[in-house]
Design a protein around this ligand. Structure first.
Ligand SMILES: *Cc1c(COP(=O)(O)O)cnc(C)c1O
Length: 232
């Protein structure tokens, strides 16, 4: 068995354990495999053991992999591609043309461009709003004060579908602070999902904070290094 296969099985068993520990339904938390900087051969190994959801951060690198993947014999069960990196205006067209999801929306302008540029023959682009839960100036994302307004505007756009929220945890020394920031995010997510019936995705948790994320209602964990190994 390859190490990627073993790691995926291990991560899935951890997710199942946390679901049990925190009284979540066994399939309430999806695994999103973060394949940034990793070759298509690594994605192929993960695909072979059933993984279908992959996330990328860099547009050019991702589009190359997506195009290669489209030439493979995976088309009966195609990969769903998620964009999770910072997104500049000049890259929105490529993202609109190649991805199924974008989880890193922090401004209306970017959402508008994605909606305008989404090809007609493709289904609506699924999106999450990224929240800067730590309120650090150097981190991406909108804040708790502006997210409702942004959701309202974004939900009017014809070619994108608002599905939820995404956040990256700050590295706290004190686990209590992580808990507090995740609780606040969970509350915000619950309020939004009452306003918008299509909202069902809280993308929270990475290799280092998966347990706390699942305890706070995450429906999708984004796991890179614990599956594919450290990045250079
Ligand atoms: C790289 C990245 C991940 C994966 O991080 P790991 O610590 O390798 O699991 C998750 N989310 C985002 C937004 C990332 O950029």
């Amino acid at each position: 068995m390859s190490s990627i296969t073993k790691q995926i099985q291990f991560v899935k068993s951890q997710i199942a354990d946390y679901c049990q520990q925190y009284h979540r339904e066994p399939h309430a938390v999806q695994l999103l495999a973060v394949s940034k900087t990793k070759p298509l051969s690594d994605i192929a190994e993960a695909y072979a053991c059933g993984q279908r959801h992959f996330a990328e951060n860099y547009v050019q690198e991702a589009v190359e992999k997506i195009q290669q993947a489209q030439l493979s014999d995976w088309q009966n069960e195609p990969i769903q591609w998620f964009f999770i990196g910072p997104l500049q205006s000049n890259k929105t067209r490529l993202v609109a043309q190649h991805f199924d999801w974008v989880q890193s929306i922090e401004r209306l302008k970017i959402a508008q461009r994605l909606s305008d540029q989404r090809p007609e023959e493709m289904p609506a682009l699924q999106i999450c709003l990224q929240i800067n839960i730590s309120q650090e100036a150097n981190k991406s994302g909108t804040d708790f004060e502006h997210v409702f307004e942004l959701a309202q505007e974004v939900s009017k756009l014809p070619r994108i579908q608002l599905r939820g929220l995404m956040a990256i945890a700050q590295k706290f020394d004190d686990p209590q602070l992580l808990d507090e920031s995740f609780s606040r995010l969970q509350q915000c997510f619950d309020q939004l999902s009452q306003l918008y019936p299509n909202i069902d995705t809280l993308s929270l948790g990475m290799s280092g904070d998966m347990g706390a994320a699942i305890a706070h209602g995450s429906t999708m964990v984004r796991i890179g290094s614990a599956i594919f190994g450290a990045r250079n």
